[in-house]
Design a protein around this ligand. Structure first.
Ligand code: GLU
Length: 305
């Protein structure tokens, strides 16, 4: 592996005690119970070289990072028809905004904001017999990892406090872009957000977006090369709420953040890297995570630009 090991170790120790001005998300009560001092990093290259540091083997709530996984399965099942239900434009609005939906007649701007992921969940429900079980089985298959599971406490906590997502789902349904029962759609959405993984597991599950030749243990491709390219493109332009431009500007990789403080960044043909640090900046992205990745791509000269 390049000199990633050394560089990650150096940046990690520089940032470990940096003054972190972020705040742990507490609008989902269960997320506020996580210690804000957690800090882990893990990189997996497409040659399956792997290196982790800090809390890289502790499970955390991946939250919106799961939106890549729901989108991937929906793209597999639905093909290009998917883009009639959800657009591929940056929103320039917070992840849980209702504003734009009115003007856009219930077609969410992209699959990585809550509105878009809720529509993607609705599409999956129309295809899957047992959505929660089938989605988890899909995640286990593409990561070759039988240990993945939902964090029940996080799912229930979000369910009991998810007023905005409930509003979003109802609002989209009023435009006819939710086909199934809203309670079923929301329950599935909350569970997908409650997937828990370690930094190592996250860096492994997304290898199919970095490695053009990726096949599962069963010998199957996850997406075509063209589909993987498209998902990376949406990640670059829409993966960080209304800070996607800033992430591309400072880090220069496709990626996705979640309000649990995790970030996955993908370098096509090279690696997947995950950083987890729960304190979020004002836009909802991990403060230290962004700082780490900015320094990492600068030191390794590994942005895609
Ligand atoms: N479950 C979170 C929500 O729906 C996901 C938000 C995020 O990580 O961006 O509010």
């Amino acid at each position: 592996m390049k000199n990633y090991h050394k560089i990650i170790t150096e940046i990690y120790s520089d940032l470990k005690n940096v003054n972190d001005i972020g705040k742990v998300a507490n609008y989902i009560p269960e997320l506020a119970n996580v210690s804000d001092s957690n800090f882990g990093v893990h990189i997996t290259t497409i040659d399956r070289n792997s290196f982790g540091i800090g809390d890289s083997d502790k499970k955390f709530s991946i939250q919106s990072i799961s939106k890549i996984l729901t989108l991937t399965l929906a793209y597999q099942l639905e093909g290009e028809k998917l883009w009639k239900r959800v657009d591929v434009e940056p929103s320039g609005n917070p992840f849980n905004s209702l504003l734009q939906l009115e003007a856009d007649l219930g077609i969410p701007r992209n699959p990585f904001i809550n509105a878009g992921a809720i529509v993607v969940c609705d599409i999956l429900i129309s295809h899957l017999q047992h959505p929660k079980e089938d989605f988890l089985a899909f995640c286990k298959e593409i990561s070759n990892n039988p240990h993945l599971k939902y964090d029940e406490k996080v799912a229930q906590s979000e369910k009991s406090s998810g007023y905005r997502n409930i509003a979003l789902c109802n609002f989209i349904k009023s435009f006819g872009n939710i086909k199934n029962d809203i309670d079923i759609v929301l329950d599935f959405y909350f569970y997908t957000c409650a997937l828990e993984m370690t930094c190592k597991e996250v860096s492994e599950i997304f290898l199919f977006l970095a490695d053009d030749h990726f096949i599962t243990q069963k010998g199957k491709r996850v997406l075509t090369m063209s589909q993987a390219k498209r998902i990376n493109a949406i990640l670059l332009t829409c993966g960080f709420y209304d800070e996607s431009g800033e992430f591309a500007f400072r880090v220069g990789l496709p990626g996705k953040s979640g309000v649990g403080g995790g970030i996955i960044a993908i370098h096509p043909d090279e690696f997947c890297i995950t950083v987890w640090s729960p304190k979020l900046n004002k836009k909802g992205n991990s403060y230290k995570g962004m700082l780490f990745l900015e320094q990492f791509t600068t030191a390794t000269e590994s942005s895609i630009f």
